[in-house]
Design a protein. Structure first.
Length: 247
């Protein structure tokens, strides 16, 4: 299974090109996409999710290319995107919103409703199933979004800054969930945070100004620096060295 971007060109206007002739292949079950603000991470993730279309080039998942309406539907059923800010649907409970996500991806209402109970349990939200979705915390919203993606059996889940704004306890719960997910689905997480790389991810991609500065295993990433204080310090030093930031 691989996500591929081939010769992709994309810009939000005629004067600014974010990606130019961009090539990338991601086939690791758990990948982290690192980069500073403005590096092109969110653009890359939106292209991978088919929310944006390249001006030129192709984006594909397992050779599926979202070029037509029929292909987009199949692509989006297989590839789920969790933006940084998940918006609760007014009036819906947690379980109803999770089931709604499955229905939007083509499931029947009955199948989506039945599957939602299992996926809510998997992300640890069963006790909140009947709570209104707008009444849960930020960390619980993230887990609700993942439950929706699991309901329609996504093969790849894209997550944009999933731990931003979470307190230490919420982040710990979320990291534990990511560890479990990696056994069943592919995940790609975009972030500027370097902590816990060795525990959560098999591969690291560093993106800066639309250019891949590094693409390799987590151990190879750590080996790009001479810092030997510890995994977190080595990750911070390696990242700073690759993007030219001081730590």
């Amino acid at each position: 299974m691989a996500l591929e971007l081939r010769s992709v060109v994309f810009g939000y206007n005629r004067k600014t090109t974010v990606l130019d002739g961009f090539d990338l292949r991601i086939d690791s079950p758990a990948t982290v996409l690192l980069g500073p603000n403005g590096a092109g991470k969110s653009t890359l993730m939106a292209l991978a999710a088919s929310q944006l279309k390249p001006l030129r080039g192709t984006v594909s998942w397992r050779d599926r290319i979202p070029a037509s309406r029929k292909n987009v539907t199949a692509y989006r059923k297989a590839v789920a995107w969790l933006p940084q800010h998940i918006t609760p649907v007014p009036g819906l409970t947690v379980r109803e919103q999770v089931a709604y996500a499955g229905w939007l991806k083509g499931m029947s209402r009955a199948d989506a409703w039945n599957a939602s109970a299992d996926t809510i349990a998997r992300v640890g939200l069963s006790k909140l199933a009947e709570r209104r979705s707008h009444q849960v915390s930020g960390g619980q919203l993230r887990r609700m979004g993942i439950a929706g993606a699991l309901t329609h059996h996504s093969e790849l889940i894209l997550m944009d800054e999933p731990t931003a704004g979470l307190d230490p306890t919420q982040r710990k719960v979320f990291r534990s969930l990511l560890e479990q997910l990696a056994d069943d689905v592919h995940i790609i997480v975009s972030t500027h945070q370097t902590e816990d790389l060795a525990d959560l991810y098999q591969h690291v991609i560093v993106l800066d100004h639309g250019t891949v500065r590094f693409h390799g295993t987590t151990s190879q990433f750590h080996a790009t620096t001479d810092n030997d204080e510890g995994p977190r310090e080595r990750a911070e030093a390696a990242y700073a060295q690759l993007v030219g930031e001081e730590i």
